[in-house]
Design a protein around this ligand. Structure first.
Ligand SMILES: [Zn+2]
Length: 284
């Protein structure tokens, strides 16, 4: 329906977000495409992860969508409290049917598959090729400029979309990050308790992007009593959406935490695995 168009139409989404005012919705995770890699098959993951040394820029944090790379559905746009606490957003038995865009190259498919394996190797979640399921994850090979983004949690009125911009988002860690949104997780720095762990330098956040730093309430999300995790694959980098890219937008209160630790996309942290396991406890 119209919602699907919304997901692909930045301007429309911006309009919607504006119309709903703040705090904006919960349901789509948009990340920030930052580096315009010439070719996903050329740039190694290391280039994505830490091209600038201390400074870390994640392409999945640059999208125009809510939270950088999250697409919110209508209910989530309208009812902020309908967060990913809610069994309807879980994949039954932890089994996730997925379908790949036919235009992915075999090398790209290998990269995405490695991202899937990052999740499968440490959780009970299992991805399998979709046949006739109506609720499934469609992984599309996005055109340049479309960014990396995902719906959050299993959708029931439509299929989930994970968009991977072909030049910039096709890395195993980014695929895993977006698929974890699809499983039901938001960004780590959106946790209800995040203000005890990271300082949000709102004065350095790009105009119109403050919603990416919204915090969810305990009615919307659960931390499952797992500690705040600077090393989460779901954490933004320290400079996400920065105006002055030499100054962090996210700064740990614990000064012993190196800024470069934030925003890693090498794989799931142990807490990431624990969170997913907790979310799907009794389900898979
Ligand atoms: Zn994200």
């Amino acid at each position: 329906m119209a919602l699907r168009t919304l997901i692909f139409t930045t301007t429309v989404l911006y309009g919607l977000l504006a119309a709903h005012s703040h705090p904006a919705p919960i349901q789509e995770a948009v990340d920030v495409p930052q580096f315009a890699f010439a070719s996903a098959s050329v740039a190694p993951p290391e280039a994505y992860n830490d091209t600038l040394g201390e400074r870390r820029d994640n392409i999945d944090e640059r999208g125009p969508y809510y939270g950088g790379d999250m697409v919110l559905n209508e209910e989530q746009l309208a009812e902020l409290k309908s967060g990913i606490i809610g069994s309807t957003y879980r994949w039954p038995s932890g089994r996730v049917p997925y379908q790949l865009d036919a235009s992915f190259t075999s090398a790209e498919i290998s990269t995405i598959t490695a991202g899937i394996n990052m999740i499968q190797s440490s959780t009970c979640i299992r991805f399998y090729a979709r046949t006739s399921e109506t609720a499934y994850v469609y992984i599309q090979r996005g055109a340049s400029g479309t960014g990396c983004y995902s719906d959050v949690g299993r959708q029931t009125s439509k299929y989930n979309v994970v968009n991977l911009q072909y030049n910039g988002c096709i890395y195993s860690g980014i695929a895993a990050h977006e698929l974890i949104h699809a499983i039901g997780y938001f960004h780590e720095q959106s946790r209800p308790d995040r203000d005890s762990y990271v300082y949000i330098n709102s004065g350095n956040i790009q105009s119109g992007r403050a919603y990416n730093f919204d915090k969810y309430s305990t009615a919307q999300v659960s931390t499952y009593n797992i500690p705040y995790d600077y090393d989460s694959i779901m954490h933004y980098s320290a400079y996400a959406f920065a105006i002055n890219t030499a100054t962090p937008t996210l700064q740990p209160y614990d000064s012993s935490i190196a800024l470069s630790r934030l925003g890693q996309r090498n794989g799931l942290s142990s807490y990431d695995a624990q969170k997913i396991t907790a979310m799907y406890s009794g389900i898979c």
